[in-house]
Ligand binder design. Structure first.
Ligand code: ADP
Length: 503
């Protein structure tokens, strides 16, 4: 439980809601303080204005009262003015004080000592220039019984220009408790609003974060076996975009996984055929005594199949090394034409044996950078294919190199082209010949590979398992180049490799 709470406290939705509430709280408190301060200052001003008005009324009354009725003593506090208007409101304080500080008369909830103290404070506030001007003199006091805040005025009572006493007039700032009520309302309002905001904010954040939870759960559930699962969130927002990206990544992973699985299956399949042949042949040879010539034939088959498997395994190794980025390329500056000539020389015996005329076109100096061994293997694969698949009358294979100069907006490159006048490749196969293990006519290829048995250039024979061209592509791509195949209407095939020029 505690852990869940901790987890919730750390969650984005809670932190989002908290931020939201915190910002709202700052705004609300600032607003409340403003409203409260404004109200307090309004009340204060209203009290002071009222006191000022009352003081003037008193002043005129006292002048008249002092002269006509009371002589030396301060006059009595009347309940009302002559027009019957009440002088004092409820909670108002009025006191008449003699020159010696004696409280002559008082009205309202106030003690004598307090009156004396207030008069003292009021008198201390006089200025030299205006000793007894009838200005409002403020003093703040808290009445004990009501604990109200008061404003007071202390003013002199004069008779014939002589000060005969003072009067103290006080009025509560907020007699109806408006400020208190406002404070309660504001505090309650703020608390309720913030509570609602926290609940609502958490709920909203929870809803907004729901897809994230779903993504997390799905990601956790997805194993190797169910890579075909997708989130399919279907929303257009940021999370929808995240889910789409996730789905796309899953699709790529699935495809890569599928390719890997296919690759393993194909490799096993390719190995099974020679193993079966070896198994059958040896079982046949061992099942009875055979003439020596038969044993020789069987051993020949075993050797040939062994060579096929060796080539296949070597090709697989090359591919997987390149896949893993461990091919260990040794880049150096080289001339593509020189390399092409070397490869042609090596393959001449094979071409001769197959009755293929191996020719060259232009072979100018073409500087490029690459791994000599890998590029040589790449060229050999292309030329071998051309020799192997050109089983027509008067078969011809031609190798040519050149440089495409760089133009505006296009970088220059070195190219090498292997052309043959064979039967060509059908358009639907053309798209797939670079795929691993893809063979246009598997049976034919396998047989032809068998035909090459005992060839002195055995190691240069085509693999006959559909890996040759994918190795070509892999090598070319690792050199930053491109390979393309063209074949139109049974008019032979042309393979072109483009490589970056040496800088
Ligand atoms: P393989 O080991 O079968 O030669 P590749 O990857 O080298 O595998 O070639 C794939 C397929 O492309 C081959 O089965 C072959 O049918 C076709 N192919 C390759 N080169 C040529 C060519 N020059 N002419 C006709 N078909 C070709």
């Amino acid at each position: 439980m505690k852990e869940r709470l901790l987890l919730f406290a750390r969650s984005i939705r809670f932190r989002l809601a908290l931020w939201f509430v915190a910002i709202l709280a700052v705004v609300l408190v600032a607003f409340s303080v403003f409203v409260y301060a404004r109200q307090a200052s309004d009340l204060n001003r209203a009290t002071l204005e009222r006191l000022s008005l009352k003081t003037r009324q008193w002043e005129s009354y006292l002048k008249y009262a002092a002269r006509d009725y009371f002589g030396e003593d301060p006059p009595l506090i009347p309940a009302q003015t002559q027009d019957g208007e009440s002088f004092l409101q409820e909670y108002d304080i009025l006191a008449l004080v003699g020159l010696q500080g004696q409280v002559v008369q008082k009205a309202g909830p106030v003690q004598d000592e307090e009156i004396q103290h207030l008069v003292q404070v009021g008198l201390e506030k006089r200025t030299e220039e205006h000793p007894f001007a009838y200005n409002v003199v403020e003093a703040t006091a808290e009445d004990e019984t009501t604990s109200e805040e008061y404003r007071f005025v202390v003013a002199p009572i004069t008779l014939d220009r002589k000060v005969i006493g003072f009067f103290l007039l006080g009025s509560p700032v907020d007699p109806n408790g408006q400020l208190q009520r406002l404070l309660v309302t504001l505090v309650l309002g703020n608390v309720v609003t913030l509570g609602l905001a926290l609940a609502g904010g958490t709920l909203l954040a929870e809803r907004a974060m729901r897809p994230v939870k779903m993504i997390t759960r799905t990601a956790r559930e997805i194993g190797e076996s169910d890579l075909n699962r997708r989130l399919n969130l279907g929303t257009q927002d940021e999370l929808g975009e995240l889910a789409n990206t996730f789905d796309a990544m899953l699709a790529r992973l699935q495809a890569a996984f599928e390719r890997q699985r296919q690759f393993t299956a194909d490799a096993s399949h390719e190995l099974r055929t020679p193993l079966t042949i070896i198994g059958l042949e040896t079982a046949w040879a061992l099942s009875a005594r055979r003439p020596a010539a038969e044993y020789e034939r069987v051993l020949g088959v075993v050797q040939s199949e062994n060579e096929f498997m060796t080539r296949l395994v070597n090709n697989l190794l090359t591919l997987s090394r390149m896949d893993a980025g461990q091919a260990g390329f040794n880049f150096e500056a080289l001339d593509l034409s020189d390399l092409a000539l070397e490869v042609l020389e090596r393959l001449t015996p094979l071409a001769k044996q197959r009755g293929v005329s191996l020719g060259t076109g232009d072979l100018p100096e073409v500087k490029t950078t690459g791994d000599r061994q890998y590029l040589s293997q790449m060229l050999a694969n292309l030329v071998e294919n051309a020799i192997k698949y050109t089983n027509v009358e008067n078969p011809q294979v031609r190798v040519e190199t050149g440089v495409e100069p760089s133009g505006p907006g296009a970088a220059g490159f070195a190219w090498v082209r292997v052309e043959d006048n064979g039967p060509g490749i059908a358009p639907e196969s053309l798209e797939r010949i670079f795929d691993r293990f893809y063979q246009v006519d598997q049976a034919r290829t396998r047989n032809e590979s068998g035909d090459l048995e005992g060839d002195p250039t055995g190691e240069q024979q085509t693999s006959g398992s559909g890996l040759g061209l994918s190795i070509v592509q892999q090598i070319v791509q690792a050199h930053g180049g491109q390979v393309s195949a063209r074949s139109e209407g049974g008019q032979g095939s042309t393979f072109t490799v483009r490589l970056p020029l040496a800088s």
